[in-house]
Design a binder for this molecule. Structure first.
Ligand code: AMP
Ligand code: MG
Length: 484
């Protein structure tokens, strides 16, 4: 099936044996293709005529020539507690391919059955959670935020027991890398410096090739700095768009800075700084406003893992990059959202006061920023309508107008640019919930429609206006089950 221009590699197998176990998928029965990402397949170098052909691969009924499935071994900190027992418990890395342009892709089949790292799990994924991961990875990509991608997903007849009996599904997740911070923790804490260094060089060779030619100490130092910076920037992107990950354990942190492992995530509707999207996270460890700090803590876990092979001062210097990169990127993101190009000393207080106002009055985050991107075209009303107390909005708008006096860009040009960063369409929880319910009744069309809308979240799409609506009452505080 692969075109001859696609190269098949499996470089992960070059790592020491302890980093993986060969496992064959446990087949699912009577698979149905739910969704196939043709655009992405083309990018990978695959020209797919008949998507149904791929359902068997998704169900683990068939492997393509060159696929050599392995469960990856990693460990990690879950809610602050080190767990040495982790690893791919239900996913398999099938192979790596290199597209004609040179981009490499890991193919990871999530929901492929048990592995030696399954612990008490059944190795399966359910339709509901698989749709949520598919939707969000593509939504994030549409927003321009680094993420793993969804190539296709299947559903199957097999029953899966969660709180109730659910439908089995599997996702073909692709990404430049599936290596996590937790891989480094495994190497450092269980395998020793040799294995750790092998892993580090592997990651640099494949994903940081611009560092290869540097002398060792500098190479490692610069690499760590880059990982820390990418992580900080990723989280600044999440904060700016109102995304809450929900399970920021170090085994869910990608070494290349992708958003990784979608579980009980949420995009904020009404802004609530302390929002906790994961209802098993009772202490709010991973609440929206704690994500920047949590990213730092995860970098610390990685830093600790690197100490056996890196100079402590180099590691410390790398860690210092976190706050700098985060603050810089966050400020830039927010200034762009506000349409501010000029540097004014008061900008950071305007940003923070805006957040305070949104929080205090529980204003819809997405509609607020879209609204202020259209003041010239649509006037103040769409913004004012979000507030119960309009005087609060009036006061803010006055301050904003005053700040805009310092800008030199034409209004139309500024608002055009603002609309390229303030999405009209966002993957609201209730939208995901709706298409999941339809899919559970066998209708995948609403899911596909929603995916299409989220592909271009910054476009007006007048025919899809209703996808930009505020959540109905039933959809405001949905309890997303963590079991997936
Ligand atoms: P997560 O919270 O989804 O990031 O998963 C944490 C760990 O549990 C990883 O090692 C997963 O592979 C494993 N895991 C999650 N769900 C299952 C399942 N249904 N069966 C086996 N392992 C699982
Ligand atoms: Mg995970």
């Amino acid at each position: 099936m692969p075109k001859s221009t696609v190269k098949i590699e499996h470089r992960y197998l070059e790592l020491p044996d302890s980093f993986y176990t060969r496992v064959q998928p446990t087949p699912l029965s009577e698979p149905r293709m739910v969704c196939f990402n043709h655009k992405l397949a083309t990018q990978l170098g695959f020209h797919v005529q008949n998507e149904a052909d791929w359902a068997k691969v998704g169900a683990g009924l068939e492997l393509l020539d060159g696929m050599d499935p392995v469960a990856m071994k990693y460990t990690g900190h879950q809610f602050g507690v080190y767990n040495p027992e982790l690893g791919d418990g239900r996913g398999l890395l099938l192979w790596e391919t290199v597209a004609p342009g040179g981009t490499r892709w890991d193919w990871h089949l999530k929901g492929a059955g048990t592995t030696p790292y399954s612990r008490f799990g059944d190795g399966r994924a359910v339709l509901r959670s698989t749709i949520r991961e598919y939707l969000c990875s593509e939504a994030m990509h549409g927003l321009g935020i680094a993420t793993t991608r969804a190539l296709f997903m299947i559903s199957a007849k097999d029953p899966v027991r969660r709180e109730s009996i659910e439908t089995a599904a599997a996702l073909m997740r692709v990404a430049q890398s599936h290596i996590r911070f937790g891989h480094f923790e495994f190497a450092a804490h269980h395998e020793g410096p040799e294995a750790l260094k092998t892993l580090l060089e592997h990651v640099i060779t494949l994903h940081f090739p611009h560092l290869i030619s540097l002398p060792e100490e500098q190479r490692h130092q610069r690499w760590f700095e880059e990982v820390v910076e990418r992580t900080a920037r990723l989280i600044a992107d999440w904060q700016a768009v109102g995304f809450c990950h929900g399970v920021m354990n170090s085994d869910n942190m990608s070494i290349i800075g992708d958003t990784f492992d979608y579980g009980p995530y949420a995009f904020l509707d009404d802004f609530d700084a302390g929002y906790i999207c994961n209802h098993t996270d009772q202490g709010g460890r991973y609440a929206y406003n704690r994500q920047p700090h949590t990213g730092f803590v995860n970098c610390q876990y990685l830093a600790n893992a690197l100490l056996p092979i890196m100079d402590e001062d180099d590691v410390r210097r790398g860690m210092r990059r976190y706050e700098i990169a985060y603050n810089e990127h966050f400020k830039n993101n927010m200034k762009t959202k506000l349409g501010l190009e000029e540097a004014e000393e008061s900008d950071m207080s305007l940003i923070m006061d805006t957040f305070s106002m949104l929080h205090e009055h529980r204003i819809d985050y997405t509609r607020f920023f879209r609204g202020i991107s259209n003041l010239n075209r649509h006037g103040n009303a769409p913004v004012l309508d979000l507030f119960t107390d309009r005087s609060v909005a009036d006061e803010w708008l006055e301050r904003f107008e005053a700040r805009l006096q310092k800008e030199t860009r034409a209004h139309d040009e500024r608002e055009y640019a603002m609309r390229q960063v303030n999405p009209k369409y966002i993957l609201r929880n209730y939208l995901a919930q709706q298409v999941i319910m339809e899919a559970q009744n066998g209708d995948y069309a609403p899911l596909k429609d929603l995916l299409k809308v989220l592909e271009n979240p910054f476009d007006e799409q007048p025919e899809h206006e209703h996808y930009a609506s505020l959540p109905p009452d039933w959809g405001k505080h949905l309890n997303i089950s963590c079991s997936s």
